[in-house]
Design a protein around this ligand. Structure first.
Ligand SMILES: Cc1ncc(COP(=O)(O)O)c(C=O)c1O
Length: 366
């Protein structure tokens, strides 16, 4: 789905030098390179950023900063990656499932409204597949409930209208969390993550929790974790952040080519872009109903085109989360799990490869 060596090839030498300079510096924890990345990412996003070990830690630390405790309820979509819900269970809180929008795949504010209770302590809004979830509508559906924006898949997505116009995903909720897993919009050379918040009290808490709950060295004020973005990853991320705008433009170009090529096909539904958000196309996800998805995957595979299903089982049907019983209809999540399939949309695809993918899709549905 993603060809990382090819993506890196135009700036491989810069990456090598940046990584080697950390290797030769002897400073392998924290330090100037980490601060440089945090400051670059803050400038890009227009909000303070703290590096952590990965996107899952970022979610857990964000919930800890909100004091989520045993028995609290946290609303989370049933159609997302497991990490979004896993952290709720790890803290002894209760994951309360909500449904998603059928054509944009992001959290459905009406579904959230239907599961609110006096125990609701937070909402995790996932900016799934690369575009913004409707945070403004969510705030209207659940006034006063803190929102954690799971921005693992949408670094660089931004709001284009409404209250948050011009702001980046991950910077408008109580806290935003990011993953730098290598295949993400902004990917490291291994694991990495970050948290953003414009609330200075939460920012101080996040910093402390990510560092064993310390306020200063050997003074532990609260329970914390050990979660660091390491300087080798930070060095690579500094280089990759410089190339992000071009990468996102390339992905949007490919996606727009797919959208116009597939516009009149029957038997397949195309991803819808929200009017209030731009789309970074972390994934280009088709919906193929009526049990034809497997045949499509085989057909593409035979033509050398990768496909992936994100996600084949909604979270409320997973064994690990069976004790979190649904309280509302999750029919959209269930039906999406049976029909979604993503095709390659990475920035290093050659025009001839895009054309081959496009031709394969068009042939299948014609
Ligand atoms: C929506 C979502 N949330 C959280 C994560 C977790 O990020 P990480 O793999 O960096 O822990 C991912 C990663 O795939 C994700 O897609």
């Amino acid at each position: 789905m993603v060809d990382l060596p090819k993506i890196h090839s135009p700036y491989q030498r810069d990456l090598d030098e940046a990584v080697l300079s950390v290797v030769h510096s002897g400073g392998y924890i924290g330090g100037a390179v980490l601060h440089e990345f945090e400051s670059k990412a803050s400038t890009y996003l227009g909000a303070p950023v703290i590096g952590v070990g990965n996107g899952t830690d970022a979610l857990q630390i964000a919930l800890m900063a909100l004091d989520i405790k045993v028995g609290d309820e946290v609303i989370v979509p049933a159609f997302t990656y497991a990490a979004s819900a896993e952290v709720i269970g790890l803290l002894g809180a209760v994951a309360v499932w909500c449904d998603v929008n059928e054509s944009t795949f992001t959290i459905d504010p009406n579904s959230v409204k239907s599961v609110l209770s006096d125990k609701t302590a937070a909402i995790i809004a996932v900016h799934l597949y690369g575009q913004c979830a409707d945070i403004e509508a969510l705030e209207n559906s659940a006034p006063g409930i803190p929102i954690v924006e799971d921005t693992a898949q949408a670094f660089g997505a931004s709001f284009t209208e409404g209250k948050y116009v011009g702001r980046y995903a991950g910077t408008v909720g109580a806290l935003g969390t990011f993953s730098f897993f290598p295949t993400k919009n902004l990917g490291a050379l291994g694991d990495g993550g970050a948290i953003s918040t414009t609330n200075s009290m939460l920012l101080a808490k996040v910093k402390s929790i990510a560092s064993h709950g310390q306020s200063k060295k050997y003074h532990h004020d609260q329970l914390g974790v050990n979660s660091r973005l390491d300087p080798i990853q930070a060095a690579a991320l500094c280089i990759k952040l410089d190339h992000l705008p071009l990468a996102l433009t390339a992905k949007v170009g490919i996606a727009e080519q797919y959208l116009s090529a597939f516009e009149s096909l029957n038997g397949v539904e195309l991803p819808i872009k929200e009017s209030f958000s731009n789309h970074t196309y972390h994934q280009f996800t088709l919906r193929i109903p009526n049990g034809k998805r497997d045949g499509f995957a085989t057909f593409m595979n035979e033509r050398g085109v990768a496909t992936m299903i994100y996600y084949p089982i909604p979270l409320h049907k997973q064994k690990a989360y069976a004790h979190f019983e649904p309280r509302t209809s999750l029919s959209v999540s269930e039906s999406l799990s049976n029909c979604v399939i993503s095709i390659p949309v990475h920035e290093a695809l050659e025009p001839i490869e895009v054309l081959a993918i496009q031709t394969a899709v068009t042939t299948f549905f014609s």
